[in-house]
Design a protein around this ligand. Structure first.
Ligand code: DGY
Length: 433
């Protein structure tokens, strides 16, 4: 059998199309924002040119207001729903004239991805030169978030759709679905023709997803109107932690470039965000970070892998980090579990087979690994790394994996899409760490 890293490279090369990567064949046939960023980290290890192209193409689809969409529809295909005709990005006056896209975004990984590319690069001078050509666009993206997505000027940005979170059908959103009663849509799902329906969201969940988009479309994707009217308006700890991490990377990279023109502004955003994050999103009783429902003004008090992601962005104090790791090991880290389930395994909403309702995801594991190491939890970081390698070795490069060890006996505990790009990309990075 070929070595794991070689197989990972093959997955990445096969999923690379004209200047960008698809997350995987059939299920996700376009370019996705956070996938693209994480994929570039993998390519940086063996094909820097592809890594650079990946980011360039992503930024090429940026809107005039700095916004970067969550899906860029490079090709016409009807194997995905909802496609460009449903999303209608053209409704927004500043949307890209070149690409059709969605009118929602995804966790802004680009800043930290550029810093990772620099870290990995064997030709730092060339990579820094490349970074110089794209970094202002990433700054514009942060400017969009801090000025358009923070209606109360708190230092925390909102997401208005579960697909913006990246953790698409997390049980946390159930609380929001309880406040809504969308119409029943008639549409043809495509995802369940590619993947077992037991691993994907329900029809009723999709009604909610579509309804939120319809409300945004009625107002031509105006940020102000969305903040005022969207039934889904959430401050998400994973999303905000990623923004903070990327913001720090922009500060570091601008300083490396010797360009200080934007550093003051970035630092202002950073200080305010980190403070607000710690003041508002830490739940003392649960011992970790949680989501906040801005529409209904209430905390969503659940533990998920997102609760621990702030470690990656250096947000918690050492004392808080200790408490987080204790909670993580108690609830998610038992001997029968692989780290790290995407949702609290002790909750009745936990489902270890279904998309974001419990399975292990490689991107979250990668962030946890880095975060744990940063805080000096070397042994637990090593366990996250070894668990990640083991589940891929046993099952293949799936999109997500059962968190229960007993399910991994015959190599069928990988779910969702197969030959999934970021699982391959981040494995390459872990193997090189
Ligand atoms: C999907 O189609 O499930 C995607 O994850 C949306 O981003």
């Amino acid at each position: 059998m070929k070595a794991l890293h070689e197989r990972a490279q093959t997955v990445l090369n096969n999923n690379f199309k004209e200047g960008f990567s698809i997350p995987c064949a059939k299920l996700y046939p376009f370019q996705w924002f956070w996938d693209s960023g994480l994929i570039a980290i993998g390519f940086a290890h063996f094909d820097m040119q592809k890594a650079e192209q990946e980011i360039e193409t992503l930024l090429d689809a940026q809107w005039e207001n700095g916004f970067i969409p969550h899906i860029i529809f490079h090709t016409d295909t009807d194997t995905y729903f909802p496609g460009p005709d449903f999303h209608r990005s053209d409704l927004h006056p500043q949307s890209s004239k070149k690409y059709k896209s969605t009118g929602m975004t995804q966790p802004p990984v680009t800043g930290f991805v550029l810093e990772e590319m620099y870290r990995i690069s064997k030709d730092k001078v060339a990579t820094l030169k490349y970074i110089e050509t794209v970094i202002d666009k990433v700054y514009d993206n942060h400017n969009y978030f801090f000025t358009k997505r923070d209606p109360q000027n708190e230092g925390l940005v909102y997401i208005y759709h579960n697909w913006e979170s990246g953790t698409d059908n997390s049980p946390i959103w159930d609380d929001i679905w309880d406040t809504m009663d969308p119409p029943e849509y008639t549409f043809e799902r495509r995802d369940t023709t590619h993947v077992d329906a037991a691993e994907r969201p329900s029809k009723r969940e999709y009604d909610h997803y579509l309804y939120i988009i319809d409300i945004a479309k009625e107002h031509n994707y105006s940020d102000e109107k969305i903040a005022e009217l969207s039934p889904f308006l959430v401050q998400d700890p994973l999303f905000n932690a990623i923004l903070i991490k990327s913001n720090q990377s922009l500060i570091n990279l601008y300083e490396l470039l010797g360009d200080y023109s934007k550093v003051e502004q970035l630092k202002q955003w950073q200080n305010k965000s980190v403070k607000a994050f710690n003041d508002k999103l830490f739940d003392e009783e649960l011992g970790a970070y949680i989501h906040y429902d801005l529409r209904n003004e209430k905390p969503l008090r659940y533990l998920s892998s997102s609760s621990f992601a702030p470690l990656y962005a250096n947000i918690p104090s050492k004392e808080r980090a200790d408490s987080m790791v204790k909670v993580m090991m108690e609830k998610f880290g038992g001997d029968q579990q692989y780290l790290c389930a995407s949702f609290d395994p002790t909750s009745e909403r936990f489902n270890p087979k279904k998309y974001w309702r419990g399975p292990v995801w490689i991107n979250l594991n990668w962030m946890l690994f880095k975060g744990l190491k940063q805080y000096g939890f070397s042994e637990i970081a090593e366990r996250v790394k070894q668990d990640t390698i083991e589940i891929i070795e046993k099952n293949g490069f799936y999109e997500y994996f059962d968190s229960r060890k007993e399910m991994h006996k015959d190599g069928t505990a990988g779910y969702g899409g197969n030959d999934f790009s970021w699982s391959a990309a981040l494995l390459v990075d872990l193997l090189n760490d």
